[in-house]
Design a protein around this ligand. Structure first.
Ligand code: PTJ
Length: 266
């Protein structure tokens, strides 16, 4: 079923601030609104639920391994010749304003890239980004195909992702990360699942929720702007993504162990 054919009835009820899961439920509301606006596909809600589950396991806070990845990602943006930020429906629904702010801080244009691509959806995502303050939105015209990718994600703008040396993706399946890497591009992924193919294949994986990670990444770009070239290069060359993913898994393991102990488990 195409996204533009889906009719949804949204029941709006105020979420009490005192609710223990207030933040999480508020973010969920944005996804539901995104569905009604045609930004998000129903499959995007399922992907969000998977993310919520991993966020729960991680402790719903930005952890040290994510901060290390954010630092390396910020340095990579500052070193890149032509960085581009890829935006799908979930990203636009959750953090359009933060994407625009990151784009302005890094000089990396935003490019619409959808797995469930339709003319209506690409326009909806582009409009949401423009409403959030984007002056330029790539990925809605004159598209070419990325080599080695069959899904609709293959469609990219020649002067955008087509020419980019660095691409940031979030909440995405792994195929395109692999295709981008094969084409020699560096990839930053934001993914709550440290076991996902995107996480494993990216050069830098920020294992954190996009709603927390993006503002921190923007601040880090601004903080590192004055760091010299050598310092930036050192931050990138000393970064080891596999170690970061191992830290994320160990964090979950330790956390679950502590929780089990608190329930009386040996
Ligand atoms: O908008 P489209 O058409 O491009 O479609 C986008 C979806 C999300 C449907 C598509 O990319 C998809 O199916 O993604 P996957 O394969 O489900 O992967 C999404 C990954 O993002 C999973 O590993 C989730 O754990 C993770 N994730 C979900 N929500 C968040 C997240 N990571 C960071 N922040 C989140 N809020």
């Amino acid at each position: 079923m195409k996204a533009e054919m889906v009719k949804v009835t949204i029941v709006k009820v105020p979420i009490p601030r005192s609710h223990p899961r207030f933040e999480s439920l508020t973010v969920r509301e944005r996804m539901v609104e995104g569905l009604a606006e045609g930004l998000v596909v129903p499959e995007g809600l399922i992907a969000h639920g998977r993310g919520e589950c991993f966020d729960y396991l991680l402790g719903e806070e930005t952890q040290v391994f994510a901060l290390k990845a954010i630092r390396a990602a910020a340095a990579s943006f500052l070193l890149a010749r032509k960085p581009v930020i890829s935006v799908n429906g979930n990203m636009a629904a959750l953090c359009a304003r933060e994407l625009v702010e990151l784009s302005k801080a890094t000089g990396a244009p935003l490019e619409v890239n959808l797995f469930y691509r339709s003319r209506v959806r690409e326009q909806a995502v582009a409009s949401a980004l423009r409403r959030a303050g984007a002056n330029v939105v790539l990925g809605v015209k004159a598209l070419e195909s990325l080599r080695g990718l069959e899904s609709m994600r293959r469609l990219v703008e020649a002067e955008g992702i087509g020419e980019a040396d660095l691409v940031m993706v979030g909440i995405e399946d792994g195929d395109r990360v692999e295709a981008l890497r094969r084409l020699g591009k560096r990839v930053i992924a934001v993914d709550l699942n440290p076991l996902s193919r995107s996480a494993l294949k990216a050069n830098i994986t920020i294992v954190d929720n996009v709603v927390r990670a993006l503002p921190k990444l923007k601040v880090e770009v601004e903080r590192l702007r004055k760091a010299g070239l050598k310092n930036l290069q050192k931050l990138v060359s000393s970064y080891d993504n596999r170690r970061i993913l191992a830290e994320a898994l160990n964090h979950i393991r330790r956390r679950l162990g502590a929780l089990a102990s608190s329930l009386g488990e040996e």
